[in-house]
Design a protein around this ligand. Structure first.
Ligand SMILES: Cc1ncc(COP(=O)(O)O)c(C=O)c1O
Length: 395
């Protein structure tokens, strides 16, 4: 086999994801799409807000020359300046256009940042449950993923983080609102984390970067506000995208923002510009960069997601499932009624319900439901969840 050994191992480790996907496809072929309740993917089925297409059409009709050419690797200066201005208003910090690097979705941004920061053997600390790609992204750049557990409410546990840190810890990734739990971290806890990192930086004698992965930052419920790493630690960066808040997942547009008070800010700006280039991204998609300054304040309907959260949460708890109420994003993360979450997910497939086991997020004993689908599909699935609950003695 000519495939690289590391990739063979990764493919084997993630083969169950492929199997689940294939099983889902088989079920859809047998029973028809509308009889299979596929809650496994975080791929919003809603369309982007109308302003997105209107802006695109206007822009193409303007026939501006050079729209599709290469640009500076970090992105169009006008787009970066627009984002820096927005960040200044939001965080009250003096972001400059140069603190912003446009990226190919949050996934691309994480890779660009990891490539810029990681030396071989450096550790990236994630908080379980976590987005499974973090492990692959760290590995892509010679890093090693370490994991610290969160508490019973999936909130940051500073003691566990401290235990998991070593002199090789270079990056801590936090993700709020969180995939898969939907929790939002309170600012106070992130401030505590910032304090811990400042102490550890002194102890280890090197910077430790607090990286906030925030593709769901605008999908937040009950008038809550998201925490910000910018208020807690100067060696910090936020990575976000418009995959979810503008429903543009396939267009691959996002940005990295570096803390304006970071000591090595200019070095990092230059490093990110280079890594964007040498990872082969070259730059983030041009058309998408061009439309962003015209979409100030535009986002998908958060109240629609909140409504779906409410009805799904209510139904599951009525049926006896134990789950915390998500504060943002579009996932529920209930406790599996049996210890073996993979087995539970397989049994749910027998009811034509497709879920993801918590093991896929480093958190066995739970399962993830994605609710970025229609209300009709969600409501039609309830009798199946009820049947499952009965089967496992929950109600
Ligand atoms: C926590 C988290 N980070 C990053 C990403 C990647 O987002 P993007 O589509 O912007 O690359 C996702 C996508 O689902 C996610 O859930």
């Amino acid at each position: 086999m000519s495939i690289a050994q590391g990739i063979i191992v990764s493919m084997e480790r993630s083969s169950w994801i492929r199997e689940m996907f294939e099983q889902g496809q088989r079920l859809k072929e047998i029973h028809g799409d509308d009889q299979v309740f596929d809650f496994s993917l975080g791929n919003p089925i809603i369309e982007p807000p109308p302003q997105v297409h209107e802006t695109l059409i206007r822009m193409l009709q303007d026939d501006q020359k050079g729209t599709h050419r290469y640009m500076p690797n970090s992105g169009f200066p006008q787009t970066k300046a627009f984002i820096a201005q927005e960040l200044q208003e939001e965080f009250g910090l003096s972001f400059q256009a140069s603190d912003v690097v446009m990226c190919v979705g949050a996934g691309g941004g994480l890779n660009v940042l990891f490539k810029a920061l990681l030396d071989p053997g450096d550790e990236v600390l994630a908080l379980a449950p976590y987005f499974v790609e973090y492990g692959f992204y760290a590995q892509n750049h010679g890093g090693v993923l370490q994991v610290a557990e969160t508490n019973e409410a999936f909130q940051i546990d500073l003691g566990k983080i401290e235990e998991a840190m070593t002199a090789k810890t270079k990056i801590i990734v936090v993700n709020s609102p969180n995939n898969p739990t939907g929790v939002v971290y309170p600012q106070q806890t992130v401030d505590g984390l910032g304090k811990l990192l400042a102490e550890k930086e002194k102890e280890y004698g090197h910077p430790i970067f607090l990286v906030s992965d925030e593709p769901y930052r605008h999908i937040i419920f009950d008038d809550l506000s998201n925490c910000s790493v910018f208020h807690s630690h100067s060696n910090s960066a936020m990575i976000t995208s418009h995959s979810k808040d503008l429903a543009l997942a396939g267009e691959r547009i996002g940005f990295i923002a570096i803390h304006p008070d970071m000591e090595d800010r200019i070095d990092l700006q230059n490093a990110l510009t280079l890594t964007t280039r040498i990872l082969g991204f070259v730059n983030a998609p041009a058309l998408m960069q061009r439309i962003l300054p015209h979409l100030k304040g535009v986002k998908v309907s958060v109240s629609a997601y909140q409504h779906l959260r409410d009805i799904f949460y209510q139904a599951l708890t009525d049926f006896g499932f134990e789950t915390i109420q998500p504060q943002g994003a579009f996932y529920l993360f209930p406790k599996s009624p049996i210890a073996d979450d993979v087995d539970f997910v397989k049994q749910a497939q027998e009811e034509n319900i497709l879920l993801v086991p918590g093991s896929g997020f480093g958190c066995p004993g739970y399962f993830r439901i994605s609710f970025c689908f229609t209300e009709d599909m969600i409501v039609r699935s309830f009798d199946r969840f009820e049947k499952l609950a009965k089967k496992f003695g929950l109600s």
